[in-house]
Design a protein around this ligand. Sequence first.
Ligand SMILES: Nc1ncnc2c1ncn2[C@@H]1O[C@H](COP(=O)(O)OP(=O)(O)O)[C@@H](O)[C@H]1O
Ligand SMILES: [Mg+2]
Length: 337
Amino acid sequence: RKSIDHILRGGWHLLTLINEVLDITRIEAGHMDLSPEPVLVSQVCQETLALIEPLATERGIRLAGGVGEECGWHVVADQQRLKQVLLNLLSNAVKYNNAGGGVTLSCEKVGGGQLRVGVRDSGPGIAPDKLARLFTPFERLGAEATGVEGTGLGLALSKRLVEAMRGTIGVDSTVGEGSTFWVEFPLADGPLAGLGRVEEEAPSLAARHGAARTVLYIEDNLSNLSLVEHLLEQRPGIALLTAMQGGFGLHIARERQPDLILLDLNLPDMAGAEVLRLLRDDPRTSVIPVVVISADATPGRIERLLAAGATAYATKPLEVRRFLAILDEALGEGERV
Ligand SMILES: Nc1ncnc2c1ncn2[C@@H]1O[C@H](COP(=O)(O)OP(=O)(O)O)[C@@H](O)[C@H]1O
Ligand SMILES: [Mg+2]
């Protein structure tokens, strides 16, 4: 049993190592797919804290912060990659900590319209002469001799990811007290800011006839979900279902057979393009129109998605009129767009 655990854990590490090397290579070759959009920081904090919780519990480390108003701001970042970075910082803060120690996640507005997200630990701290080497690939600063598992790539990758998203990363540390690793990203407006008046839109056919239609939105970004929820208030005849993961979205699509599916391309568990393929391949969902909503709208990408069976493509940030027109068209009741 113990040796199987050991092998499994070794395999897991090898996989992490390979993924991290691939990510770094992709960034350096300029091939990293990033989709920066307004991200609700408290959502990312809560999701990453939940992921790190088992490790913290196993090591007897208390987790705190990251909830409530303090982190209720939006920043411009790629949601998945921001999660990956915070997960790296949190796992370090837990791994390199003292028995019975604590880790605190906090948010703070700093100058220049930036939000700083900090991960503070009560660990041993890092000596000043080591700080410069922290972000070097494969550099473990002596941790390899302590039995704490790692690849020495987490911080190197985090720095590249943060910088690719136009953020900054840094650390303040005092030996004997602990370290605070932080990242800063530009603040963004929330999803409902600057929406303007949409109340004057004529009610759609569905609303006029009181016909109930169902739209499924597969999206992990809460800002976008609340924006679409808000826009759909203009269409009282439409019931909105949501799924924050591709797998769950596929399940709901099969069970509920919605009249229309809105699909984000950057989902936590699988690529949106894969969700589209599975929807098209399944007779239960193959004819449901799918509107892809995404920030990375290169013409090549749009063409590929349309060829793969998407009905239409809407780019973020969503333009209200165009979005409602696409919606009506896809539900079969508008002018062509
Ligand atoms: N919060 C921290 N407190 C003390 N040392 C840290 C902390 N985070 C990282 N380190 C040191 O920096 C090294 C590099 O970190 P990282 O790139 O995440 O690699 P890994 O965790 O896989 O060793 C670690 O091996 C450790 O020595
Ligand atoms: Mg690490």
